[in-house]
Write a protein that binds this ligand. Structure first.
Ligand code: ADP
Ligand code: MG
Length: 674
């Protein structure tokens, strides 16, 4: 029983994920206030947080400011100097503070010509447990105060911490200098020193990583024991030599890895990552061709209809006269056509299905699915990836990503996938030049675009990013289109593209653009992924500061795909340091891997990978970037432990096993351990 925690507050705690009293143990503080050392006014440094004991020397006085604001001031001393305490909108403080009485005070020091001040400090009677120590600051929710949290977590620790089962084996903890779980949890809530706090966090972060890595490794091991279609290497060479270009070394390596997997007899689970324009599609097509030669069906799932159509067309082109029967299934495919298509698919009269999310539909059944490819996989969730492979009996799975991420992060994030990386662009690509301008220089951008159109090129113009609101985004693109098509580009052939347009219309516009019938395409980010139009050489992006680095890089990757020198013009309207930093990074490199790691530094891994929405277990306290080496340690240790006890059957590993099962079921993933 936790005192002070009635039904009402219990309900409110649910908002921050606390369902049971025990959950309070794992409510991680947002930060810690080091109120352990007492500071004298004389020594107080501007901008620092300080804990002081102060005696009030003047009667607190409240004044009314503008808009109903109230300010209460009081003077105080600790014998070394004077200080002013300032409180906003806390009129009751005037009655609480007694003259000539010492209080423990904590707040941020402001030292200026006018003297020393504390604004909205925490004031406590002397000697409470909230001062003279390191105090955790908890995330709050409506109706729950910091004092409530301190009291609740304190009680929870006293009641439940000692019963926490030990998850990590003792010898491992000793070897890594970690402490027991109960002690770590207790320290996290009531740290005796900053050093102790560090050790507690090391322990908790390591544990979180360990559980994740062990779970991923177990899942991977389970996959290995399953039987998959055997697709022998086949005769792809003849097709390869008929290509209008030579495969890069990296493409060949990736293909060889895929080929080996598909011939192995156990299911392939492979991520193919490579920068935009590195030529992932052809590698996937060649894998599909091998599956076809071996008599298996394939499915290729793209994130948008535009892309699916594009791939359908280029696969058709590639496979001419080779007897490969393909179909294009879209959400917009008419019912009748769809039914016929699905019948052929089920009869085995179709070899390859090119599709979008529509491929996941119930009616979509294969006769013998051998290979499932997901393009731009970051657009899909883990569950969708899994759903696609459910369409066959352990088909080989290839997922492709153009958000290249550093290998170590990829290994972690896609812990159950093998990874092939295309780290080489086709020869002859001219690096894209990136130019950052301000909104005032819009006319110069337009002039530049016009010059390039005069030379026979085409341009993309991307309108500002409007998050989560299709209506507003549509308005934005229409407005921009209307304005620039009547001013700078009055004599140009142009159109605009938006996610809300009917599929047929979108396709018609894209086709017109790719056939050179339009000079300029104004668009939202629907063109972000995959589109391949080699004649387009200028990409201009309005409000570039609103886009993330990875997204800017994707957009930029729409140009520079042909033999023409290409340009990316970023109209930066942002004033913040961060906006400038992002523009600087975009200008300084074209390397998607470098950009991804910068993005990682600026935004954190979860943000970069869209963690939650994609159903991956998220780290609550571990930070992949900051705690990288700890992660690698945990991963290696997990592998070693699983080497000795692959299914965690040993009695001493039962809590670890349980924790892994819990962790993965939180995100709807079964770790079938047997
Ligand atoms: P992404 O990896 O971004 O999906 P694509 O597969 O769309 O890239 O390839 C981009 C362009 O490069 C396409 O026009 C493709 O035909 C071309 N391409 C692919 N491989 C090569 C190569 N080895 N040499 C030259 N061009 C290539
Ligand atoms: Mg692609």
């Amino acid at each position: 029983m936790i005192r002070g925690l009635g039904p009402k507050k219990r309900e409110m705690l649910k908002n921050i994920g606390i369902e049971q009293d025990k959950d309070l143990l794992f409510l991680y503080p947002r930060q810690y206030d080091d109120r352990s050392k007492k500071i004298r006014i004389r020594d107080a440094v501007d901008g620092e947080n300080a804990f002081m004991t102060l005696t009030i020397t003047s009667q607190p006085h409240t004044r009314y400011l503008r808009r109903g604001m109230r300010m209460t001031r009081a003077h105080a001393t600790d014998g070394t100097d004077f200080i002013t305490l300032v409180f906003f909108n806390q009129p009751y403080i005037a009655n609480r503070l007694k003259m000539h009485t010492p209080y423990d005070v904590y707040g941020k020091i402001k030292r200026s010509g006018r003297g020393v001040e504390l604004t909205n400090p925490v004031v406590e009677n002397r000697g409470t447990e909230k001062m003279g120590r390191i105090v955790p600051v908890y995330p709050l929710t409506k109706g729950i105060s910091q004092n409530d949290m301190l009291s609740f977590t304190g009680q929870a620790v006293a009641l439940y911490a000692k019963d926490l089962p030990e998850i990590l084996p003792q010898d491992l903890r000793d070897a890594r200098g970690l402490i027991g779980l109960a002690e770590a949890v207790e320290t996290m809530h009531r740290p005796a020193s900053m050093d102790a706090l560090r050790t507690a966090y090391q322990t908790l972060v390591y544990l979180e990583f360990f559980v994740f890595c062990a779970g991923m490794q177990m899942r991977k091991a389970r996959n290995k024991t399953q039987h998959a279609p055997v697709i022998p290497a086949g005769e792809a060479e003849e097709l390869i030599s008929s290509l209008p270009f030579r495969l890069t070394g990296a493409q060949r390596r990736a293909l060889a890895e895929i080929t080996e997997d598909m011939a192995s007899g156990s299911p392939m689970n492979r991520l193919l990552q490579g920068d935009v324009g590195s030529g992932k599609t052809i590698v996937a097509f060649l894998a599909i061709y091998q599956a076809f030669l071996a008599g298996f069906q394939s499915v290729y799932m793209a994130p948008t209809e535009i892309l699916a159509r594009q791939h359908h067309a280029s696969l058709m082109n590639l496979m001419r006269f080779r007897g490969l029967r393909q179909e294009l299934l879209l959400g917009s495919t008419p019912q009748k056509e769809r039914e016929n298509m699905l019948r052929r698919l089920q009869n085995g009269a179709t070899d390859v299905l090119i599709s979008t999310h529509a491929a996941l539909g119930e009616g979509v059944q294969f006769q013998n699915l051998g290979l499932a490819v997901t393009d731009e996989q970051h657009r899909f969730g883990v569950k969708q990836r899994a759903a696609l492979s459910q369409k066959g009996e352990n088909p080989h799975v290839l997922v492709m990503s153009a958000t290249p991420i550093p290998r170590t992060l990829a290994l972690l994030w896609y812990g159950d996938l093998e990874i092939s990386t295309i780290d080489e662009l086709p020869a002859g690509r001219i690096p894209i030049e990136t130019i950052v301008i301000t909104r005032e220089q819009e006319a110069r951008m337009a002039e530049f675009v016009n010059t390039n159109i005069d030379r026979g090129r085409q341009a993309f113009i991307i309108c500002p990013l409007i998050e989560e609101n299709e209506e507003l985004a549509l308005e934005a693109v229409e407005t921009l289109y209307a304005r620039i098509s009547q001013t700078f580009f009055r004599h140009r052939r142009m159109d605009f593209l938006h996610g809300r347009l009917p599929a047929a219309e979108k396709e018609a516009i894209m086709r017109a653009f790719s056939e050179g019938k339009l000079d300029i395409l104004v668009s939202t980010t629907v063109i972000e992924v995959g589109i391949d139009i080699p004649n387009a050489n200028v990409m201009a992006i309005y409000n570039a500061e609103r886009f993330g680095l990875a997204q800017l890089h994707q957009l930029r990757g729409r140009v520079g795909r042909g033999e023409h020198a290409s340009y990316c013009i970023l109209l930066n309207e942002g004033e913040t340091e961060e906006a400038f930093e992002r523009m600087r990074i975009m200008q300084s490199t074209n390397d998607g891997f470098v950009i991804a790691s910068e993005d990682l530094k600026m935004r954190g891994a979860g943000e970069l990978l869209g963690a939650r929405q994609h159903g991956m277990p998220v780290f609550t306290i571990g930070d992949l970037h900051r705690d990288r080496s700890l992660f690698e340690q945990a991963k290696a240790d997990a592998a070693e432990l699983l080497g000795e006890d692959p299914k965690l059957d040993k009695h001493e590993h039962r809590w670890l096993r349980q924790r892994i099962t819990e962790k993965f079921s939180e995100v709807g993933q079964d770790i079938i351990l047997n």
